[in-house]
Design a protein around this ligand. Structure first.
Ligand code: ZN
Length: 473
């Protein structure tokens, strides 16, 4: 490891670097901390949660909001009580909507808990699932719709995340959300995304968990060692404005959503929980959708987690047996050991991202040059940064260079106000590395070694919503 670092350093010149920067400090092992945090995550606890959710009979968005025992209202109120029992303040965010799948004006509410960050409360990471359920007829709000896996599993992971992480403190804010109205048209996701925008939250990551608790498909294929992470390619927000720049400079595989996918893939390798990420490079399953999409449309980075093998007999179905085939989303079809693993990955990711500063917004130059220069502005809370790069056709970052700023030591070439924490930027030149052949990105690292997802230095790569440059009249 050290050897490759030395080799990398020898091929790199930081602008004006004389003498060479101090060697990288050995960060506290963040993965050991994350493994410790997720150790108590419990499939048995989540089974209790799913049993409770199923006990409301139906959680259809158009079901009763006032019945104390049956329907969406009772389920939301129970979830509120769970969050409060962990000492978290809650918010019931609602909107009244009408639509193709909502024939009359209906109040749709999310149940949200907020764990305020101790240092950077405006930097927000969101873990969410949808609490509403359905059967075959999308407008049937009275039949039993257990929604054990779709999406009792995601809701249980959200509540388990709140139970586990509320015992710890994090520099950034964590938002736990049980969303409604997903099956009727992603309404709950839109309600929360709109709220995040109105509050001016700097949303660093949204992890949308939808169908994460079964390990066997309808064709008998089973897989309990993978989870799919679905991410968009060119970012949907600002796509038209970004198109020309993307054609010229690249970035088809570098929206922040995709870098969240890479982050989860890398993280899973360090958790030793018997779970690998299968990165699926499309926004959602073929022709289908989920509650991460309203966030993407507003420019917030978001990805969906879902099982490796879906079972289509066990979702969106009336409870019945036909020609010996059992249909319906019931709890006996779930695999809680598998759900525990997916929840552990989620909870480790949330803890890691809430511990790390947000990524910077790097820019890259180097056209018609044998060198590549990367620049970025300082990020509050970052002790140092890591430049990462990869061949254009590689799915994961393959090379890295830590750029150090520890204990007031600023990199040579940093602007004069760096030492005093000024607003100046950083600049690093990678010699003999041609910009044509690589994709570059930069991550921020906290003083205790927690690294943010990488932000790619491409059009539309920033984790902040894209803002089109003002057009000249
Ligand atoms: Zn769902």
């Amino acid at each position: 490891m050290m050897r490759s670092l030395v080799l990398l350093f020898s091929s790199i010149a930081l602008i004006g670097a004389a003498p060479a920067p101090a060697p990288a400090p050995v960060p506290a092992e963040p993965y050991a901390q994350l493994r410790q945090i997720v150790a108590p995550v419990s499939g048995a606890e989540m089974k209790k949660t799913v049993e409770k959710l199923v006990s409301f009979g139906t959680r259809h968005t158009l079901s009763s909001q006032t019945d104390p025992k049956r329907g969406i209202g009772a389920a939301l109120t129970w979830t509120d009580g769970q969050f409060k029992s962990f000492g978290l303040p809650t918010l019931r965010q609602c909107d009244t909507v009408t639509g193709k799948r909502v024939p009359t004006p209906t109040r749709i509410c999310d149940m949200v808990a907020i764990q305020r960050g101790t240092e950077r409360p405006n930097d927000v990471v969101i873990i969410q699932g949808h609490i509403d359920s359905r059967v075959t007829d999308i407008l049937n709000s009275t039949s039993d719709a257990p929604g054990a896996n779709d999406d009792g599993s995601g809701t249980a992971a959200v509540i388990e995340a709140a139970r586990i992480l509320s015992k710890h403190k994090f520099p950034g804010t964590i938002v736990y959300a049980a969303l409604s109205g997903e099956e009727q048209g992603l309404y709950g996701g839109k309600i929360l995304a709109d709220y995040a925008k109105a509050q001016g939250w700097n949303v660093v990551t949204v992890l949308n968990n939808d169908i994460i608790g079964n390990s066997c498909g309808s064709d008998g294929v089973c897989d309990d060692t993978h989870v799919r992470v679905l991410s968009e390619g060119p970012r949907s927000q600002g796509e038209v404005d970004l198109m020309a720049a993307t054609h010229s400079l690249g970035g088809e595989n570098d929206a922040p959503s995709r870098n969240i996918s890479r982050f989860l893939d890398g993280l899973a390798d360090h958790l030793n929980i018997g779970l690998d990420v299968r990165q699926i490079w499309r926004t959602d399953r073929f022709g289908r959708g989920g509650d991460h999409i309203p966030f993407l449309e507003l420019g917030f980075p978001a990805a969906r987690l879902s099982v490796a093998v879906e079972n289509y007999n066990w979702q969106h179905q009336d409870l019945r047996t036909e020609k010996g085939v059992v249909y319906g989303d019931t709890i006996d079809h779930m695999d809680f050991n598998y759900l525990e693993k997916v929840a552990k990955l989620n909870i480790a990711a949330i803890a890691a991202i809430a511990s790390a500063p947000p990524p910077p917004e790097p820019k890259v130059e180097g056209a018609v040059s044998t060198d590549t220069t990367i620049t970025w502005a300082p990020v509050s809370g970052a002790s140092y940064y890591i430049i990462r790069w990869r061949p254009t056709d590689a799915n994961q970052w393959t090379r890295s260079l830590p750029v150090i700023r520890v204990g007031g030591h600023c990199m040579k070439g940093a602007p004069a106000d760096c030492e005093t924490g000024g607003k100046g930027g950083y600049s690093a030149t990678l010699e003999h590395i041609r910009v044509d052949d690589w994709v570059f990105g930069v991550s921020s690292v906290s003083k205790d070694g927690f690294e943010s997802p990488v932000a790619s230095a491409v059009p539309g790569g920033a984790f902040k919503p894209y803002v089109a440059p003002e057009k000249k009249p």
